[in-house]
Design a protein around this ligand. Sequence first.
Ligand SMILES: C[S@@+](CC[C@H](N)C(=O)[O-])C[C@H]1O[C@@H](n2cnc3c(N)ncnc32)[C@H](O)[C@@H]1O
Length: 205
Amino acid sequence: MANATFWDKAAQKYAASKIADMGGYEETLDRTRRFLGPEDHLLEIGCGTGSTALKLAPSVGQLTATDISGEMLAIANEKLRATDLANLHFVQSEATKPIEGGPFDAICAFSLLHLLDDLDAGLAHFHSLLKPDGMLITKTACLRDMSVAMAPLIKVMQWLGKAPDVIIFTAPQLEAAFEKAGFELVETGYHGKTKSTRFIAARRK
Ligand SMILES: C[S@@+](CC[C@H](N)C(=O)[O-])C[C@H]1O[C@@H](n2cnc3c(N)ncnc32)[C@H](O)[C@@H]1O
């Protein structure tokens, strides 16, 4: 769990940070809910401190939310204890490792795909965790669509220990990877102010 150390150290600061674009976040939640049903078992991968899982849990039958970082999940569990949600549980797991409870009706991964070691292998794994016609709902930073200064800046940040390993791709490259992994794109777009963080909802073929 190499990346876990980076995210464990980042957890408290991440929990304290405010959502930069609340309108965009709410739109993503609304669009995501349209693909969920009250009986669904939803898997959220890379759930961080659990804020999104807590908001989505009332829309599904069961929600298993996973993250590589024990520190992120400690914060998530603290938040969960302050609610009466009985259908949500958090599990420490690396995104591409087997996970109990599947096959799932839907998978969510927000701000996660660019952090995987291997995008194609990750998407193929998520495909294998879904029921036929199951939905993969994601929002992903497409770093190649940002300023040309972004890639060198990330290198410097990584050297300083302030950025994790990332995969750099454009939105069309990301969408092509979904199709290659056996997904049909159902809805794509941008929410809120950013035009480099791509929302993709895709169905397992
Ligand atoms: C940028 S944060 C996003 C958290 C949350 N999804 C959100 O939208 O606020 C990325 C999260 O992914 C987790 N993560 C990074 N690499 C991972 C991996 N390979 N497997 C599982 N979780 C991972 C980190 O621990 C962190 O909590």
